[in-house]
Design a protein around this ligand. Structure first.
Ligand code: COA
Ligand code: MG
Length: 302
């Protein structure tokens, strides 16, 4: 993983033109608010919507969340959006309909120019590459390496299914999403999303089960369309107390084994060696990063 990645377990989609959503977004507990300029904003309102971004970004981050703006495609539209998105209150831009590595490089260049013009720290604006077409699917490994700004990658399930003439079911999306995870990880990026589509948010228990299963595949965070999803996603995309306790035990017993000249040993009838110890270390590092994110949210909410 790249060393400086943020903790974005839950990225709550907020259509920037819907004032009642923007107004309370900071109270929903999301790690990141994803202001949307794309599919949840009607075409006739795009010009007006992008002008709302700077003020909305300042408001939705009051609860300690980061802010990402989901921009439109193609490049002409993206360019207009970026003018309002490269901002001191925006940590990232989600690039819809990423076509190939050169598309990301063009966005990277525009963002860099805007950062320079506005006196923002070079590179502060991160990118999320959204894979939504079959052509982009076959270029995922190169896309993931296209810019140092890239922090994450995901597959826009509904659009991807549409472009492939398939239904967006868990079964049909599993293969492409799993390949996306490998492409993202190979470049040190966070894979975002769920194993199934996010559109069905009615059944809470089923949703929690689906998110738990998604983490087993390696997803680190996901877009939420409804505030009710946020606490579930924050919980399920965090190590559980049991997992943390077990990881601590692995580290302790490993230190003891090392002192005795051993790199492999057993806990409760299970073999522990290097990758298991490393997984335990990473789990505890992730837990610490999540703790810092939660602390930041608590600090501003009092
Ligand atoms: N962001 C912030 N607040 C939201 C929200 C969102 N995405 N979705 C709902 N809310 C708020 C409502 O304003 C309401 O607040 P209140 O009770 O404090 O007044 C509360 O959450 C409950 O809303 P509810 O009535 O259950 O939802 P709904 O039926 O009005 O809307 C959706 C359901 C799916 C239409 C709506 O959640 C939505 O538009 N989500 C965003 C979709 C999106 O961005 N899609 C693009 C990315 S895939
Ligand atoms: Mg879309």
């Amino acid at each position: 993983m790249k060393p400086d990645l943020p903790v974005w377990r839950s990225l709550l989609y907020v259509p920037v033109n819907v004032e009642k959503y923007v107004g309370k977004a900071h109270l929903r507990g999301a790690d990141c608010i994803q202001l949307d300029l794309e599919d949840s904003v009607p075409a006739a309102q795009k010009d007006e919507a992008r002008r709302l971004v700077p003020a909305a970004a300042a408001r939705v981050r009051r609860g300690g969340a980061d802010v990402v703006v989901r921009i439109n495609s193609p490049l002409e539209m993206a360019c207009k959006d970026l003018e309002f998105c490269v901002d001191e209150n925006v940590e990232g831009v989600a690039v819809t309909k990423t076509q190939d590595p050169s598309y990301i490089q063009k966005i990277d260049k525009m963002v860099g120019e805007l950062e320079a013009r506005r006196g923002l720290r070079p590179g502060r604006t991160r990118l999320i590459a959204m894979i939504e077409t079959p052509a982009a699917f076959f270029q995922m490994p190169a896309i993931a390496l296209a810019s140092a700004r890239l922090a994450a990658m995901n597959i826009g399930g509904e659009d991807f299914a549409l472009e492939n003439g398939m239904e967006p079911t868990e079964e049909t999306l599993l293969m492409p999403k799993q390949q996306m995870i490998f492409a993202a990880r190979a470049a040190g990026l966070m894979p975002l999303g769920f194993i199934a589509s996010v559109a069905a948010f009615g059944d809470r228990e089923a949703f929690a089960r689906m998110v738990r299963r998604s983490r087993q595949f390696g997803f680190m965070g996901a877009g939420c369309i409804h505030p009710d999803q946020v606490p579930v996603v924050n919980r399920e995309y965090s190590p559980s107390a049991e997992e943390a306790a077990y990881a601590r035990r692995v580290i302790e017993e490993n230190a003891r084994a090392e002192a005795a000249g051993r790199a492999s040993f057993a806990i409760d009838g299970k073999m522990i060696d290097v990758p298991v110890v490393e997984r335990a270390r990473r789990l505890l590092a992730r837990l610490a990063a999540i703790g810092a994110r939660e602390e930041k949210k608590r600090a501003v909410s009092v």
